[in-house]
Write a new protein. Structure first.
Length: 255
């Protein structure tokens, strides 16, 4: 990752935190685990700001597992339920509804890439099954969307999806968002669902933060390992002459 990538991410997170702290969020966020993917944090921030600006009450359930299926985000309004698979790529992606997908790497070679359409289709069926196990939902199925937060890369050759699931850029998704739809559950049902799956309620800002403390701790750990690798051998060979010398060295070290 380049240095300016860190700078851009830092500017983005400051902007998001500022906007979220000044906004009156009209929804709730629940997470199954810390969100470590930058693209997922972008999606969460943008969809929350969109709903807040439109005064649309919402519930977002992010980074959770239903059986063996990891789901990036479940978006809930009072009349819609959407399962979202979040993607981001700087390089072209190709793939259709069926079959394998591929993504071009920096050298121009095509490498295997997860079929995101099938991924979100599996996720939405897993959610429906989980809902149906709690209370029958009839012929209801949640909507499915593969959303690219940084735009679909130039020269990509991807399906746009179908009535089961779409593949779309986030700005287009938000501009075409339909408020009306069908949902068999109330917000209270979704709160119970979040509790059943041991999700944690948090603010939007907390959900998208960079976890600076964890990252700082990891950097310190890496520095310590590098320091030991560099100097440990020489340190083991050094022997102090007497206790007075050891005391003098310690006093210098803590001065």
């Amino acid at each position: 990752m380049k240095a300016n990538d860190y700078q851009n991410r830092g500017e983005w997170i400051v902007d998001v935190r500022s906007s979220m702290s000044n906004a009156t969020i009209v929804g709730e966020v629940y997470v199954g685990a810390p969100i470590d993917q930058h693209s997922e944090r972008i999606f969460l921030a943008k969809i929350a700001r969109f709903f807040d600006a439109q005064k649309i009450p919402f519930v977002l359930l992010s980074n959770l597992h239903i059986r063996s299926n990891q789901i990036d985000c479940i978006v809930v309004t009072d009349s819609r339920v959407l399962v979202v698979e979040v993607k981001s790529s700087r390089f072209p992606v190709r793939g259709e509804v069926n079959g394998k997908w591929a993504r071009m790497d920096a050298s121009g070679q095509w490498q295997p890439y997860t079929n995101a359409y099938q991924q979100v289709l599996t996720a939405k069926h897993a959610l429906r099954d989980a809902m149906n196990a709690i209370r029958p939902v009839g012929n209801f199925y949640p909507d499915g969307h593969v959303i690219f937060t940084g735009g679909i890369p130039k020269n990509s050759q991807m399906t746009k999806g179908d009535f089961k699931a779409t593949v779309i850029e986030i700005d287009q998704f938000l501009s075409e968002f339909r408020v009306q739809g069908t949902s068999p559950w109330s917000f209270e049902d979704w709160r119970a669902f979040a509790d059943k799956f041991a999700l944690t309620r948090c603010s939007v800002a907390d959900a998208i933060q960079f976890q600076e403390a964890s990252e700082a701790a990891e950097r310190v750990k890496q520095y310590d390992a590098a320091f030991i690798a560099e100097y440990a051998t020489g340190a083991r060979r050094w022997l102090s002459e007497d206790s007075e010398q050891r005391s003098a060295l310690l006093a210098t070290a803590i001065a």
